[in-house]
Design a protein around this ligand. Structure first.
Ligand SMILES: CC(C)(COP(=O)(O)OP(=O)(O)OC[C@H]1O[C@@H](n2cnc3c(N)ncnc32)[C@H](O)[C@@H]1OP(=O)(O)O)[C@@H](O)C(=O)NCCC(=O)NCCS
Length: 178
């Protein structure tokens, strides 16, 4: 039988599956978390933070934690939660981590689209990223593609391992319309 490209050669289409994370996923998530935090160029986390501290952050009580799987392996994780409590809780915050070996292959985009859809489903009215390092061009490209705008700049707020003190952006988008 011919496939949609007119060829009879079988085509392997790998899809990224996104699902809520469970306690059984902690080790896989921590592996990705550590690789990204140790690189030190995207998040302001202490690279020496303990397993307990990392899990407490990623699985905080008000947080929805998700996992991305591809070919049966864990390739990414993201969290979604209120950016503030009380009168600020209608604005969501999210954070994303794709395993270094799986980066730049569409996993981040897939997770971010899923996240926006989940945030809408939960009734959030907007989403805010509080700490986007200005040298993180891939993330900034992706967030702009998905409708986020830079609404503020924190001068020199991040100490990059190679570039020194660099700016940090606050990025925001409404979820009320597309
Ligand atoms: C940022 C991150 C989540 C993006 O996920 P990803 O799976 O690597 O990215 P994707 O493959 O979905 O690609 C995103 C887009 O960026 C583009 N891109 C890739 N590398 C790029 C680069 N160096 N500069 C600019 N754009 C780039 C891709 O082409 C794609 O755009 P397109 O759909 O228009 O082609 C991921 O790289 C990551 O976890 N990085 C480390 C942690 C991090 O930075 N988290 C976000 C903190 S704000």
């Amino acid at each position: 039988m011919r496939n949609r490209f007119g060829s009879t050669t079988p085509i392997s289409i790998t899809t990224v599956l996104i699902r809520p994370a469970t306690n059984a996923d902690c080790d896989e998530i921590l592996k990705i978390f550590r690789e990204i935090v140790v690189a030190g160029d995207t998040y302001a986390f202490d690279p020496k933070m303990s397993r307990e501290e990392a899990l407490a952050y990623w699985f905080r009580a008000d947080t929805h934690t998700y996992l991305a799987e591809k070919d049966g392996g864990v390739v990414g994780t993201y969290i979604l939660r209120p950016n503030q409590s009380g009168p600020g809780s209608h604005v969501a915050n999210a954070a994303f981590m794709v395993a270094p070996k799986a980066q730049a292959s569409g996993v981040g985009r897939r997770m971010a689209e899923h996240c926006l859809s989940e945030a809408r489903r939960m009734g959030f009215r907007a989403m805010q990223f509080n700490f986007v390092v200005s040298t993180n061009t891939r993330a900034i490209h992706l967030w702009k593609l998905l409708g986020f705008e830079i609404v503020g700049t924190l001068p020199g707020a991040f100490r990059h391992p190679e570039k020194g003190f660099v700016d940090v952006y606050v990025m925001f988008r409404s979820l009320l319309e597309d």
